[in-house]
Design a protein around this ligand. Structure first.
Ligand code: SF4
Length: 376
């Protein structure tokens, strides 16, 4: 059996950023201790599963909102319950606002071997608009601390098409990140999500965001600059140095199995997908009382699982093997999507080499439109 991935959701943040619709909350300090006990109990609850684990990812929220010792004790619980592969990847997200040397050193000693730092922008003006609670200088300090603490595998997150961000601003951020030379870079376009401050500003016409053409230009600039700097563009929004793909995220893109722990965490195992209770206080109470945590639960039909595997696989620049999909679901994707795949190819959005279907450069620029067309 293939090893699985484990996701740990830490829902706490110092402040809600303007664009954020993640399951994260500010002002819940009083819950952190009970939360740590609850999540460890949830992990212990699957002791009988006996699956090997190839990656553990602490995301959020802001994992580094917790003390390093608390993160290590959750990680220890994972290692107690699951056998891990020899080269297991153990990542924590980190916000420059909660990044200090001692914390990183304790985490490194505790077994974390990869950090993903939410830099988002190197422009303080734009960071303020996004209500990030750190400056670009603090991000640089966090990166330096991570290196000194011994993290040899770093991801830096950047967002483009942020309000009031020009092409020149974006170019400057790209040059800064190239200069820092992390092993991995993620660059996502800002998306305006319901319930966020940016969405309210957008409704009131108070958000000065890049238009669609500029956003595409920014995306193409990222691809061009990062490839020129020697990065491999291996996924729609992700770039890495040779061999430094995010193993944890590859689990998602290959639509392989994973278990999620914590409020709102999603799991996918044996064709079943479920999501935990989202609100931290209710999550803690339910774990304590031994109540079921799943608030959404579905068993995927082979046809639905196939379309998701196709969409996720197309995110990878190497593309997706149609034969492996056929073998996995006993459905021939070329038959099921014959018209659509033919159309994507004739529109110049996808190409078929042997049995591998992949997006073209044009397909990359309009990937969301392609994925919507594949949805069942
Ligand atoms: S730090 Fe991350 S999770 Fe927390 S509010 Fe900001 S974007 Fe959301």
């Amino acid at each position: 059996m293939k090893p699985i991935a484990i996701y740990i959701h830490i829902p706490f943040c110092i402040h809600k950023c303007s664009y954020c619709d993640f399951n994260s909350y500010a002002g819940l300090d009083h819950l952190t201790m009970d939360f740590c006990e609850a999540i460890k109990r949830e992990i212990r609850g699957v002791r009988e599963l006996e699956r090997e684990v190839a990656s553990v990812f602490f995301g959020g929220g802001t994992p580094t909102y917790l003390k390093a010792e608390q993160l290590n004790s959750i990680l220890n619980e994972v290692r107690d319950v699951f056998p891990v592969t020899k080269d297991v990847e153990i990542t924590s997200e980190s916000n420059p606002a909660n990044s200090d040397m001692e914390r990183f050193e304790v985490m490194r000693q505790g077994g974390f071997n990869r950090l993903s730092i939410g830099v988002q922008s190197f422009d303080d003006r734009i960071l303020r608009i996004a209500e990030r609670r750190h400056t670009s200088e603090e991000a640089m300090t966090a990166i330096a601390f991570a290196r000194i603490a011994g993290f040899e595998n770093l991801n830096l997150d950047l967002i483009f098409a942020l309000p009031e961000q020009s092409l020149d601003d974006w170019r400057a951020s790209l040059l800064r990140v190239i200069n820092i030379n992390p092993e991995h870079i993620s660059t996502y376009a800002l998306s305006i999500e319901e319930g966020t401050r940016f969405e309210r500003m957008h409704r009131n016409h108070a958000l000065h965001q890049a238009d669609e053409d500029t956003e595409l230009e920014m995306y193409e600039m990222a691809i061009e600059q990062l490839i020129k700097a020697g990065y491999e563009h291996y996924e729609v929004s992700n770039f890495c140095r040779a061999g430094k793909q995010a193993r944890h995220n590859l689990t998602y893109w290959l639509n392989d199995e994973y278990l999620g722990f914590g409020p709102g965490a999603v799991s996918y195992l044996d064709g079943r997908r479920w999501m935990n209770e989202k609100r931290p206080a209710s999550y803690i109470r339910k774990v304590k009382d031994g109540e079921p945590l799943a608030i959404q639960d579905e068993t995927l039909s082979p046809a639905k699982a196939l379309s998701e595997t196709l969409i996720l696989g197309l995110r990878l620049r190497g593309g997706v093997s149609l034969k492996s999909i056929h073998d996995r679901y006993s459905i021939d994707p070329l038959e099921r999507y014959s018209g659509l795949i033919g159309n994507l190819i004739s529109e110049g959005l996808a190409e078929l080499n042997g049995d591998t279907l992949r997006l073209t450069h044009k397909g990359l620029l309009f990937s969301n439109d392609v994925f919507i067309r594949i949805l069942p």
